[in-house]
Design a protein. Structure first.
Length: 295
């Protein structure tokens, strides 16, 4: 079955990949330069990330100047440990969701953050240090984030991610099953869920009506398996060649897209955490090629 997606964008993490397998936003070239490369690759939308020194209106105008539309952005942060940190996190959630709404978007991804020293970064994709009490706290934070974004007319799309406290299929199902659908939508990443050993087709079938947007990611299954077998940390697994441009590794992307409801009209966001090509430009060009084939 061939899926002809209507809304495809990119989150160009290739610009910020580091030599040690992480990301560093300060490495990104000037925004106009990034947008030109994306547009030249034939992509027509980009993950919305309004710079601190720009208004949402000015950012939207700059995208339009490059023939690009905004696509759902991303809100993450450390798991709040007290009332003050929770208030700060929800204030950030409100600010970013207001920007997304101003850009005309109705969805934003929400995730927990991760750091280089986090337990699940040291032992990724296996649900390390699982704890029901912590998971309930994570669930409660996502519910509050969903309530906050909905107040601005934007759906919060829960985004499981390797290296965070919402990583595994069990954790994903618990959060979706215990937060109402009208509070929290689903924003899966087929690469991160696959790396964590989830039944990705099953999740898309069971929660397809809640999928508001999805990250499209390809990865090498043999590298993921070796990482687990050898107990490699997150960055070492990434540097071993885990990620690839869509259609260039192990994921049956058309098969997974076919699991979505026939009337799915959400965004597909291509995300290559670390490009497999010699240059960022070539990696983004291949992403654009995949997008054109999928349209």
């Amino acid at each position: 079955m061939t899926i002809r997606a209507k809304k495809i964008a990119i989150n160009p993490l290739q610009f910020v990949q580091t030599e040690d397998g992480w990301i560093d936003p300060t490495l990104a070239p000037p925004l106009p330069e990034r947008l030109k490369i994306i547009s030249d690759a034939g992509l027509r939308a980009v993950h919305a990330d309004v710079p601190a020194d720009m208004t949402a209106a000015a950012y939207g105008a700059l995208l339009a100047d490059h023939g690009l539309a905004p696509a759902p952005g991303y809100i993450s942060g450390p798991l709040p440990e007290d009332d003050a940190s929770l208030r700060a996190h929800l204030d950030k959630t409100a600010r970013i969701s207001e920007q997304q709404a101003e850009l005309g978007l109705s969805t934003v991804f929400v995730a927990t953050g991760m750091s280089k020293e986090a337990p699940r970064v040291k032992r990724p994709a296996v649900g390390a240090e699982s704890d029901r009490g912590r998971l309930e706290r994570v669930r409660d934070v996502f519910a509050k984030m969903g309530e906050t974004t909905r107040a601005n007319g934007v759906a919060a799309a829960f985004h499981p991610h390797v290296g965070t406290w919402a990583e595994t299929e069990e954790e994903t199902r618990f959060i979706l099953d215990t937060v109402p659908a009208d509070t929290l939508s689903f924003g899966p990443d087929i690469g991160h869920l696959g790396w964590a050993g989830a039944d990705v087709p099953g999740l898309l079938r069971d929660y397809g009506d809640r999928v508001a947007a999805m990250h499209i990611k390809d990865y090498h299954a043999d590298v993921a398996a070796r990482g687990k077998a050898e107990d490699l940390d997150y960055r070492t697994t990434v540097l071993a060649g885990l990620w690839a441009e869509p259609g260039h590794a192990s994921v049956d992307i058309p098969g997974l897209l076919a699991e979505l409801p026939a009337d799915f009209d959400g965004w597909l966001i291509i995300e290559v955490d670390r490009g497999a090509q010699d240059t960022t430009e070539e990696s983004i060009r291949l992403c654009g090629q995949w997008a054109r084939q999928t349209h």
